[in-house]
Ligand binder design. Structure first.
Ligand code: 13P
Ligand code: SF4
Length: 298
């Protein structure tokens, strides 16, 4: 009933529903597109719909607004906030830039608009390596994820300074978790998101973004996998691969902020066109330059 009403309102209002892989299964099931942060940004930038209902966290809806300023962007629960994005403040980044003018600021998409506005280029977990390799001659400051930054430094050997932020669910993964799960499921391949600590990533069979993990598991001849990222991805993995088996690397892999949105919230957001995300135009213009550079290079 609610589902039909959402789909009816979506047509009536010429809206598109985007959902990140970490959303609840019922939200992924009503979305027009389910994807990682890069794919969803691309869709938001190119949609011809009037309204974008973004089922994700605040920085994702904000990024959609920056890339599509003429659209109405709705975030069904305004308190869906990425904890990593809260680990960097614009005044601190400005101070870093003032004291380190030689550092090129490479910023993870998991940040608010004011941080993107102070950045040279934005990256996501899908394109970070490719974009950093493009700037091989620069001295880089990677913000705000220390784990992804350290992983990039290890992969490339470049001069990369890292901000001390992290994702609380990925950061708690340990090599003990891997050892335990490999003992329990010896045939399974271990696939992990690069927001995990380097020593954990070094024990994985594959490291990639949510979308890359989905593609890897789908294309692989293996039939059993241990997944080191938010449990929301299991729904997409299992739907695409009904004959394969997936185990979560740790029981704590669930981002509370990604699970706030319910079908009722999506319905209310569409019905009243409420919870609109806005970005200060001056900030948005600067942030857009850094995002456009990412789009150009990925
Ligand atoms: P992806 O870029 O893989 O979608 O990851 C986003 C995110 O928030 C991971 O915690
Ligand atoms: Fe942010 Fe981590 Fe949640 Fe992703 S999983 S939205 S990085 S807190």
């Amino acid at each position: 009933m609610l589902k039909e009403e959402i789909l009816r309102l979506k047509e009536e209002k010429n809206a598109v529903i985007l959902a990140h892989f970490y959303q609840k299964p019922e939200i992924q099931d009503i979305a027009d597109y389910v994807g990682d942060s890069l794919a969803l940004s691309r869709i938001a930038a190119n949609t011809n719909k009037d309204i974008i209902v973004f089922c994700g966290v605040y920085f994702m809806a904000e990024t959609a607004k920056i890339l599509s300023p003429e659209k109405k962007v709705l975030l069904p629960k305004m308190n869906s906030l990425c904890r990593m994005a809260a680990m960097i403040k614009a005044k601190d980044l400005q101070e870093y830039k003032d004291t380190h003018p030689d550092r090129f600021i490479v910023t993870y998409v998991n940040t608010r608009a004011d941080i993107k506005a102070l950045s040279d280029v934005i990256v996501t977990s899908s394109n970070a390596q490719k974009i950093v390799e493009h700037y091989k001659d620069k001295k880089i400051m990677y913000v705000p994820d220390k784990n992804l930054g350290t992983y990039l430094r290890d992969l490339t050997g470049y001069d990369i300074d890292v901000w001390p932020g992290y994702c609380y669910i990925h950061d708690m993964l340990t090599i003990r978790d891997i050892k335990k799960m490999r003992e329990q499921y010896p045939k399974a391949l271990v696939l992990i998101h690069p927001e995990a600590p380097l020593e954990v990533l070094q024990k994985a069979d594959f490291v990639g973004s949510t979308k890359q993990i989905l593609e890897y598991a789908t294309d692989s001849e293996a039939t059993e996998f241990i997944i080191g990222t938010d449990e929301g991805i299991i729904h997409a993995l299992q739907t695409k691969n009904p004959n394969k088996t997936f185990h979560l690397l740790s029981s704590g892999l669930s981002c509370v902020n990604m699970k706030r949105i319910s079908l009722e919230d999506v319905h209310q957001a569409l019905l009243h066109e409420q919870h609109e995300v806005d970005v200060d135009p001056e900030v948005a213009e600067k942030a857009r330059k850094a995002l456009d550079k990412m789009m150009e290079l990925s």
